[in-house]
Design a protein around this ligand. Structure first.
Ligand SMILES: [Zn+2]
Ligand SMILES: [Zn+2]
Length: 155
């Protein structure tokens, strides 16, 4: 059924199909590498090597869309202009807790369990707000980057 529909697609829809396909390829690559951060050029190389047609601009555009949708987290290294991407896994509860990203090395920490309960309780008491975790993330410096930068352990 699906195959016969594809066969009668006009040229325009075939082109649109390419875009959808690129997104699927990108998602499957991110999913199969969900425990590490991946770069746009790495994804592009992967799609190209599997014999499919895409370009780096398409990869970037799709990654931006996935970032906006909260599916992945775009991690920018402050030292250079190089971004990497990491899957935010709803099955792993990523839409129910906050993430803090190190501005030095880009490492993302998942604030789970008790820490999250404390933050929620604190904000609720302080100002009556509740957090939409899937849309928020914090920036900071991890312990090893703090050591490198000689930043104080605590305020
Ligand atoms: Zn998470
Ligand atoms: Zn760091």
């Amino acid at each position: 059924m699906i195959k016969s529909l594809c066969e009668v697609e006009s040229e325009e829809t075939v082109q649109r199909g390419y875009r959808t396909k690129a997104k699927d390829e990108i998602m499957s690559y991110i999913l199969s590498n969900k425990h590490r951060r991946v770069s746009a050029s790495e994804i592009y190389e992967h799609i190209k090597n599997s014999g499919k047609h895409t370009n780096l601009t398409t990869v970037y555009r799709n990654l931006d869309k996935l970032t906006e949708a909260g599916v992945i987290l775009k991690i920018k290294n402050s030292s250079d202009d190089y971004s990497v991407y990491q899957l935010l896994d709803p099955d792993g509860g990523c839409d129910e807790h906050l993430h803090i990203q190190c501005r030095g090395c880009g490492h993302v920490y998942h604030l789970e369990g008790e820490a999250m309960d404390k933050i929620n309780a604190c904000l609720l008491e302080e100002c009556g707000y509740s957090i939409i975790c899937s849309d928020s993330f914090l920036l900071g410096y991890c312990s090893s980057c703090r050591k490198d930068k000689d930043l104080p352990e605590k305020h």
